[in-house]
Ligand binder design. Sequence first.
Ligand code: ATP
Length: 363
Amino acid sequence: MSDSRKIAIDVRGAVKRYGDFTALNTVSLSIYDNEFFTLLGPSGCGKTTLLRMIAGFEEVTEGAIFLFGDEIADLPPNKRPVNTVFQNYALFPQMTVLDNVAFGLEMRGQSRPESRRAAGEMLELVQLSDFASRRPAQLSGGQQQRVALARALAPKPKVLLLDEPLSALDLKLRKAMQMELKHLQRETGITFIFVTHDQEEALTMSDRIAVMSAGALQQLGAARDIYERPHNMFVADFIGETNLLEVTVREVRDGRAICSLGGGHILSGKSDQEVRIGARVHISVRPERLFMSDAPTDAEGLRGRVRENIFAGTDITTLVDLDEGPNLVVRTSNSDRGNKRIFEPGSAVYVNMEQEAARLLMD
Ligand code: ATP
């Protein structure tokens, strides 16, 4: 994604304090127009706070937020070209589905017939035309969520804010809605800012993800980038599953740190940051980037013994107790079974790393 793209939202050094408590600590990030952007992080990390500041429900303590180039501090929520979909849908129970969607348009001064016509179009977009005259209580959770979406999209906002909109749905419906949301974003071209604590949801749906923790931005990038090149321990651990090995840096050669683990094993890893010789750091390697062999290979093998194999449909997870160091998790997908071996519990094995699989993390 090039920087020549139009920026929809520019957050510059945003701080939010509630009394002595800093909920958001100097966050800066840019969100492109027409982007599916996700704020991801554990509960309490400040994602909703940032979303509410963009919507105008919270004041910015320090710093500024720009919307399509304009500072918005003095713009009340209803004057911002932004709309929000809330987790609990917030539909009016006494109104029909059509009226729920039309309501916001009438509030914005559109005539009743025009509002209802536009609402009808939105219901078509979310495939609920047949339900226009029902009331929310007569709909399933997923259908109610689609009404909330249609209602938020009806005024044609430039930016749609979605605060954990799928969390009340069961897993199957949530997966289906993830696809629908992604499709809806592409179809409408509206910038979506999606808040979730579910890393899998974020990886599936987003063009880019901002990973947050404790009020601070940890990493910003495309899903794949964040998964494959985490900048720090928090990101490596929070996104997907990883193996962390504590090592000492012995040497730096061609951008790779050569490190020792325990008594003598040598491992190397790439890092984005400068590495100090003698530093204690971590090597992170994803379970699916490890493979086992019964003899040493070229690929930095660690000796250990298979403790357990866990079968889970599409893959097998193997737990290996290393002779020196922690336990490792090795994942072998069924599609890899042709060239990756599975060993019985009790087998002595070498656990090897695929090329470029090891990342060096400083904190
Ligand atoms: P969740 O996923 O649980 O919604 P979140 O990442 O969205 O979490 P926020 O709702 O942004 O987190 O809250 C960030 C921090 O700010 C939390 O520690 C929260 O307790 C605190 N906080 C939020 N609103 C207020 C408030 N009005 N007064 C004081 N503290 C608040």
